[in-house]
Structures are given as C-alpha cells and as structure tokens.
Design a protein around this ligand. Structure first.
Ligand SMILES: [Zn+2]
Length: 276
C-alpha cells in the first residue's frame, strides 16, 4: 500500500533470508530527523562543555591546593612575626628595666642550665654587632653623665642649705654644709681636672674641680688634700678628708656647685633625707 509521502527502509541480512522492511510515513521521518538532530546537538554540547568543565574542575583543584599552600605560608609568617615581636618586646623591656649598659652583667639561667644560645645573645660583642649605635649612644651618655656633678661629696648631716642666710657673712649661703666626722673621705662628685688647690683664711684648705661641662665644684674646710692642681679625677675619686680649716664651726664640708660660674643648689631639697 503505497503512500504519498514517506520512505521505506530495507534491512537486508547477509544470510539471504527475507529482507526486513520498515515503512515510515512522512511525519515519522520528520520526527526521527528532529530526534536525531536534538541528540546530535546534545552530544556536541556534552563534548564541548563536558571537556571544558573537566578542565575547570582540574583548575579549581589546582587553585584550591595553591590557596592551601599560601594559607599555610601565611600562618608561618604570622607565627614568625609573633615570635619576632616577642623577642623585640623582651629585648626592649630588658633594656628599659636595667638600662642598656648593665645588660652585660645579667646572668642568664634557664632552669639551672646555662643555655649557650642565650649566653651568646647577651655576649657583649654579639650585642655590639646587633645594636652598635645603641652601644655607642649608651657609652657616650654614660661618659657625658660622668662630667655632670651628682649627689654630695660626703655622707653626713646637712647643717646649712643652699640659699639660706649666712649670718656670719650676711649673704645667702653659696653651697651646702655637710657635717661629718673629721677624716671622712671627701669624694669628687664628677669627673674633671683639679683647677685650684687653695689655703684660704675663710675657706681653709679647699679644692676646685673643673668638670669641663660648664660645671665647677668647690670643697672647703678640708683637713687634708690628696690631689694637686692639674690632676685628673674620676667621679667618686677621693680628693681629701673632712676637717674644719678656715672659718668653720665643727668638722664639715662646704660644698659649692657652680654652673657657668654661678652657684646653684647642688641638691633637690625634696631629696635631702636621701642625699644627706
Ligand atoms: Zn658653708
């Protein structure tokens, strides 16, 4: 029964049996064509996008691995930064606590065991390499400070303060009187050069030291003088002994501090108790 539209497909077996025929009507051919077309499109899309997504997934895996590696590195860096900050903080704290110049004297002990690495850290040459400018600054400061008079030349009792009216001379007291037993050592309050050694009816045996920093100190009424003009004295060096030579009532040192030739108070009055 022929049809106007349509096709007939023959399947001819090789063993020469009767061929199989399939008749397809026009709309069936069209439907088969459409289905084949859709399948072809889906197949192509699958190949293209499937391949692409496989590649993207591989790339994603690589990126995730890289991210993980970077995260670990970042954690390591943060950890190092913390350790470094801790070390600097400790160093700063120690320097503050003891002063840069005393750091060398700190004994390093860790639970009774001397740790060689720690010892090396506090080793002076090592520190000098690590903070050369700090070492130099500390040394310079230490040196400068030695030339600025500090404290009093003898331990004793303050019997007359700076600026008090001196009734014997009818003028303000130019220094501080410190009473102490005869023979007590009198010490230089700063490093300098002996500028004058005098024997005066008023001051008695007296010494003047030029501290080469704008400061001069005078020590009067001494019993004995153990330095001569031009001698170099370090801070704390003995220059003589307490006496009552000149116009003095009882054994004491009349100590005068001058800044650019003008007498100034050698002590902070609030500190008399400690200084005396
Ligand atoms: Zn005096």
């Amino acid at each position: 029964m022929p049809t106007k539209h349509g096709i007939t497909i023959f399947f001819v077996p090789h063993n020469r049996k009767d061929p199989l025929s399939v008749r397809l009507k026009g709309w069936q051919v069209l439907a088969a064509g459409i289905i084949f077309g859709i399948a072809l499109v889906l197949f192509v899309l699958g190949v293209v996008f499937g391949g692409r997504s496989t590649r993207i997934m591989a790339e994603n895996r690589a990126i995730r691995a890289e991210n993980e590696r970077l995260r670990e590195q970042r954690l390591k860096i943060i950890q190092l930064e913390r350790e470094l900050a801790g070390t600097s903080e400790l160093r700063r704290w120690m320097l503050e606590m003891v002063g840069a110049d005393e750091l060398a004297q700190i004994p390093v002990m860790t639970a009774g065991v001397t740790e060689p690495r720690l010892t090396a850290f506090f080793d002076r040459p090592f520190r000098s390499r690590l903070f050369p400018e700090m070492e130099e600054a500390a040394e310079a400061t230490r040196r400068r400070r030695d030339f600025v008079p500090r404290g009093l030349p003898v331990k004793g009792t303050i019997t007359a303060r700076f600026g008090e009216m001196d009734h014997r001379f009818l003028k303000p007291h130019s220094g501080v009187d410190i009473a102490a037993p005869r023979g007590t050592p009198v010490l230089s309050t700063a490093t300098g050069i002996i500028a004058e050694v005098i024997s005066d009816p008023v001051l008695g045996n007296a010494v003047e030291i030029d501290h080469l920093s704008g400061f001069t100190t005078r020590y009067a009424h001494l019993e004995l003088i153990s330095v001569k003009r031009g001698d170099w004295v370090e801070r704390g060096a003995k220059i003589g002994t307490v006496g009552s030579t000149g116009r003095a009532e009882g054994a004491h040192v009349h100590y005068t501090l001058l800044e650019s030739g003008t007498p100034i108070n050698p002590i902070n009055d609030n500190k008399i108790a400690q200084e005396g």
